[in-house]
Design a binder for this molecule. Structure first.
Ligand SMILES: C[S@@+](CC[C@H](N)C(=O)[O-])C[C@H]1O[C@@H](n2cnc3c(N)ncnc32)[C@H](O)[C@@H]1O
Length: 340
């Protein structure tokens, strides 16, 4: 089957239209178009010279790097059937890239890249050490979201963490477990990390991280990894690079441009550690939940910062203390009844 994505066409022997699934063989996952678009978005704005698509399957991501961005790309998969498909797909798109048939870890230990992409089935843990050593910037997908968020506490230890969060916070905690893990692995090599974008969409997390050399960067990274009331160790620093996001542009041709626009408008201000979940606070107060937009306005009127979050349409990120928020919710409820 031939599928189109962005500016390329892909010969895909197995196509998965929804969710991560467990299809055998070389497969193309339609549910990951947004995931791939975020890497095109990042590299379009960072303008790197070379990149490694370390776990490539059909090669769709790496071929997009080469064709859409003109990046010198190495496309790798340890499965020789995948490598055959990748070569055919390069021909199909009339574009060149280096294709390798190696174990990704062996390749990354030997070679350095401006950007390294790790997009495995399930957990990225087996590839993180070598990705940190190979890439100046790394993009990591994790589809083991239940594990990372602590819903499977038995195996969250895979990330050397122990967390337990209320349902509404599970995905932010999960991303912070992942960032915390990458950070702790980096500091062992006297390296530090700086997140550029952190993403949750349905069944995956995706983080883009700069790897910074030096003891001071490693120390600064450790400062941002702590135990919290929801367990740990987790990343407690910012999840995004706001100056990068502020100056970034979305390429016109991305198939999920509209979705990315929505996310970007949220990421640009997605500050602070965790968020307030309005329905939880309202139910504690036994009142109804006002609209998040109204609460954000009220908080701003009182001089606080307040923003939406990608993790919940009913969530608000703010530097206001919870009591201020409770007062606002209560008065929103009484003015609602007065106006009836
Ligand atoms: C989820 S798929 C990659 C999907 C692809 N990045 C995309 O965007 O469509 C994971 C791929 O990793 C490959 N793989 C698994 N372990 C590997 C290893 N140790 N070294 C290289 N490739 C590996 C598998 O053969 C599979 O094709």
């Amino acid at each position: 089957m031939i599928v189109e994505e962005g500016k390329i066409k892909i010969l895909a022997p197995n196509v998965n239209l929804r969710g991560p699934g467990k299809i055998e063989g070389v497969f193309y996952n339609r549910a990951m178009v947004f995931n791939r678009d975020t890497s095109i978005f990042l590299l379009y704005n960072l303008r790197v010279k070379n990149a490694l698509d370390a776990l490539a399957a059909t090669g769709v991501r790496g071929i997009r790097f080469a064709k859409e961005l003109g990046i010198e790309t190495t496309i790798n998969d340890k499965d020789s059937r995948a490598v055959e498909i990748i070569k055919k797909n390069l021909e199909l798109n009339n574009v060149e890239a280096r294709v390798t048939n190696r174990d990704a870890n062996a390749l990354m230990i030997e070679e350095k890249y401006n950007y390294v992409d790790i997009d495995p089935f399930g957990t990225p843990v087996p590839f993180i050490d070598s990705a940190i050593l190979s890439g100046k910037i790394i993009g990591i997908t994790a589809t083991d979201t239940a594990t990372l968020g602590g819903r499977n506490r038995r195996i969250v230890r895979r990330y050397l963490a122990d967390v337990c969060a209320p349902t509404e916070l599970v995905h932010e905690i999960g991303i912070r477990v992942l960032l915390g893990y990458i950070g702790r692995m980096a500091v062992r090599f006297d390296l530090g990390i700086e997140p550029i974008i952190s993403i949750w969409q349905g069944h995956f997390y995706r983080v883009y991280v700069r790897i910074k050399k030096g003891v001071s960067k490693a120390n600064a990274t450790l400062e941002k990894i702590k135990n919290t009331e929801f367990g740990g160790p987790i990343w407690v620093g910012e999840m995004h690079d706001f100056s990068f996001l502020k100056n970034s542009k979305i390429p016109e041709w991305l198939p999920t441009k509209k979705i990315l626009e929505k996310y970007l408008s949220i990421w640009k201000n997605e500050k602070f550690f965790l968020f307030y979940h309005l329905p939880s606070i309202s139910s504690e107060l036994r009142v109804s939940t006002p609209s998040p937009r109204q609460i954000i306005e009220n908080l701003k009127e009182q001089g606080y910062e307040a923003y939406p979050t990608q993790f919940s349409p009913q969530g608000i990120r703010s530097n206001a203390p919870v009591d201020v928020l409770k007062d606002i919710i209560k008065s929103a409820n009484s003015s609602h009844w007065e106006s009836q």
